[in-house]
Design a protein around this ligand. Sequence first.
Ligand SMILES: CC(C)(COP(=O)(O)OP(=O)(O)OC[C@H]1O[C@@H](n2cnc3c(N)ncnc32)[C@H](O)[C@@H]1OP(=O)(O)O)[C@@H](O)C(=O)NCCC(=O)NCCS
Length: 166
Amino acid sequence: MSVEVRERHGTREGGLEIRRLTLRNLGAIEEIERASYPTPWSRSMFAGELTKPASISLGAFDGGVLVGYVIVSRYVDAWHVMNVAVHPRERGRGIGTTLLERLFEATASDVRRGYTLEVRVSNEGAIRLYERLGFRGRGVRRGYYTDNREDALIMWKDPIRPREPA
Ligand SMILES: CC(C)(COP(=O)(O)OP(=O)(O)OC[C@H]1O[C@@H](n2cnc3c(N)ncnc32)[C@H](O)[C@@H]1OP(=O)(O)O)[C@@H](O)C(=O)NCCC(=O)NCCS
């Protein structure tokens, strides 16, 4: 899997490559994670997700350097987006959007499962991004985040519809 974003963003030499994460990427993941969240996941949480057969972990690489990732886990009812983060220096270039679009492509054959995630109610930028990609707010989990007791907005997106035959 690889995707060219040069045309869309106009500023970069070369392209952005989306591929599966491996345990070799753990150091780079940790760096982005720590720069992105007040209560970052531990290395062992990432190692667990990366090796779980029911999870899909995609990384965005720019010139071979990891700049973002998305991790989803398959549950009975839906694909749960467990984590998505982009390096602070690289935000606003469409990398988060590209990662999520690739994830939808990778899971499109699963016509039964939609997608769900939790996001801090104050994280307006991320909520807008998810809404643009078809997620809708469906409920609130009160005091979900243990660091500041912030509420989580629960968002859902319907399964990807199979393409109509031509
Ligand atoms: C949310 C996140 C993954 C988006 O990644 P991204 O690569 O900047 O996303 P894109 O460039 O595809 O989309 C940018 C959109 O996100 C929003 N956004 C959120 N934070 C932003 C930031 N720091 N810089 C630029 N855009 C930001 C903008 O509103 C923008 O929307 P627009 O295209 O309509 O203007 C990234 O901001 C991030 O890692 N945040 C910290 C971790 C986090 O909050 N993750 C989500 C937890 S549920």
